[in-house]
Design a binder for this molecule. Structure first.
Ligand SMILES: Cc1ncc(COP(=O)(O)O)c(C=O)c1O
Length: 380
C-alpha cells in the first residue's frame, strides 16, 4: 500500500527518469560564469574575491555579523567547538539522532559527547530532555557547568536542525543560559530555514553550515562558520587559515591552526548557488505542500514544519508505522528506481561511541525505526 503510493507520487514529480535520486544539485544560474571567471583570474585556491563575496552573502542570508568560509561542514563544526571553549577532557551535550560529523567534531576536540534525546516533533535536540539531564546530573561551580557523575566540564551544547526543521531554539536557549553553556548550532542541513522569522545559525554563539553536493545549495564541498560575536569571528578566520600572523612576507603562526580555507573556485560555485537559494527554498516548500496533501489522502504521515518555524525542506520525510514497514518500503522503492534512505542509526550504536553517557533516547529510538527520506530535489 505505502510502496505503490510512494512510487506513484515520486514518479509523477520527477517524470522520465529511470532512477530518481534523493537529492541532486541544480545549476541553473551563474555557476559556469563565476567558476570560469575564477579560473581566468588565476585565483583558484585559498584567497580570492569569491571567498570574500561568499562570506558577505552568508552574513546577509543568516543575518549575522561575521561568516567564515571553510572546506566543509565537518571542519566548521570542529573549529566552532574550539571557538566556544571546548577543550580536551570536556563534555558536549548533543543528540544521537544525527549525521556522524556532528559528534565526530566533539571527538576531534578531545571531548566527549553526552547523548540527549530529541523532541518527537522537531527531530532535534529536546530542551526538556537537556534540562532534565542537567538538573539530575550537573551543578554550577562558579558559573561553570560540571557533570557530577564524571566531574567533567560541560562546555558546549550542540543541537542539529534535522533535515532543515529548526529545533525548539527559544527553550533550548533558556536552558543553556541558565546553565551557562554556549550553543553551537549544527545548521549544516538548514541554510534558508528560520525560527520565529529569523534565519537559523545565528541563535547560538556560533552556527555552522555545509555546502556539500547533497545540500540545498552546494559549493562542491564547503562549509561556513557564522557568529554575531566579532571577536569569535576574527578568531574563526585566524584558526581556519593556519593561525598566521598577518605580515607581507614572514611566516609566523601564533597557535596551532588549521588549513580549512574554502578554495576560491568552490566559493565561485557557492556564490552562484546562493543567488538561487530563496527560489530553491520556495520550490522545495511547494513540493512539500504537494507531498503533504498527497500523503494525507493516503493515510501516510508526512513531516511538516511546526508553527513559528520555516523549514528549507532539505530532505523530505515520511514516518512509517514500525521498523518492519520501514525496511519493506526501503527495499521496494530502491529496487524500483526511487531512492529512499532511513534516518541515521543512533550514533551511540557505533562501537566507538558506545561508552558515552546517554539518557532514555525514547523519541530518538522511535524515529530511528520509522523515518525515511524520499526524493527531495528542486523540481526544475
Ligand atoms: C548534520 C550535519 N552535520 C555536519 C555535516 C557535515 O558537513 P560536510 O559534509 O560539509 O562536512 C553534515 C552533512 O554533510 C550534516 O548533515
Amino acid at each position: 500500500m505505502s510502496n505503490d503510493s510512494i512510487i506513484q507520487i515520486v514518479k509523477s514529480i520527477y517524470p522520465n527518469l529511470d532512477f530518481i535520486p534523493l537529492h541532486e544539485p541544480r545549476f541553473v544560474g551563474n555557476e559556469r560564469k563565476y567558476v570560469l571567471d575564477a579560473i581566468d583570474s588565476t585565483f583558484v585556491s585559498s584567497v580570492g574575491a569569491y571567498v570574500d563575496q561568499f562570506e558577505s552573502m552568508m552574513t546577509k542570508i543568516t543575518q549575522t555579523q561575521k561568516a567564515v568560509a571553510v572546506v566543509n561542514g565537518t571542519s566548521a563544526l570542529q573549529v566552532a567547538l574550539r571557538l566556544v571553549g571546548v577543550n580536551p577532557g570536556d563534555e558536549v551535550i548533543t543528540q544521537a539522532l544525527t549525521f556522524i560529523a556532528t559528534t565526530n567534531s566533539i571527538l576531534y576536540n578531545g571531548a566527549s559527547p553526552i547523548f540527549i534525546d530529541v523532541d518527537y516533533d522537531t527531530m532535534g535536540l529536546s530542551p526538556k530532555a537537556v534540562s532534565d539531564f542537567l538538573e539530575e546530573y550537573c551543578e554550577l561551580r562558579e558559573d561553570v557547568c560540571y557533570n557530577k557523575k564524571t566531574n567533567k566540564k560541560i562546555s558546549a551544547c550542540l543541537p542539529m536542525h534535522t533535515f532543515g526543521f529548526p529545533v525548539n531554539l527559544s527553550e533550548l536557549i533558556n536552558v543553556c543560559n541558565k546553565w551557562k553553556i554556549p550553543i553551537v548550532e549544527d545548521a549544516a542541513e538548514a541554510v534558508g530555514s528560520e525560527y520565529n522569522g529569523v534565519p537559523v545559525g545565528g541563535f547560538g554563539q556560533v552556527g555552522v553550515f555545509s555546502f556539500n553536493g547533497n545540500k540545498i545549495v552546494t559549493s562542491g564541498g564547503g562549509g561556513a562558520i557564522v557568529t554575531n560575536n566579532l571577536e569569535i569571528g576574527k578568531r574563526a578566520k585566524h584558526l581556519t587559515t593556519t593561525a598566521k600572523v598577518p605580515h607581507p612576507y614572514e611566516y609566523i603562526h601564533d597557535e596551532i591552526g588549521y588549513n580549512f580555507r574554502m578554495p576560491n573556485l568552490n566559493a565561485a560555485l557557492a556564490c552562484a548557488q546562493l543567488e538561487n537559494l530563496n527560489e530553491f527554498v520556495e520550490n522545495k516548500r511547494n513540493l512539500a505542500n504537494s507531498y503533504a496533501s498527497y500523503f494525507k489522502e493516503k493515510g501516510i504521515k508526512f513531516r511538516t514544519e511546526l508553527p513559528g518555524s520555516k523549514s528549507n525542506y532539505w530532505l523530505m520525510c515520511i514516518e512509517l508505522e514500525n521498523k518492519k514497514e520501514r525496511d519493506n518500503v526501503l527495499e521496494f522503492t530502491n529496487k524500483n528506481g526511487v531512492m529512499t534512505r532511513p534516518i541515521w542509526q543512533l550514533i551511540y550504536k557505533s562501537k566507538f561511541y558506545s561508552d558515552f553517557q546517554k539518557d532514555s533516547q525514547r523519541n530518538a529510538s522511535l524515529l530511528e525505526d520509522r523515518i525515511i527520506n524520499i526524493p527531495s530535489s528542486v523540481t526544475k
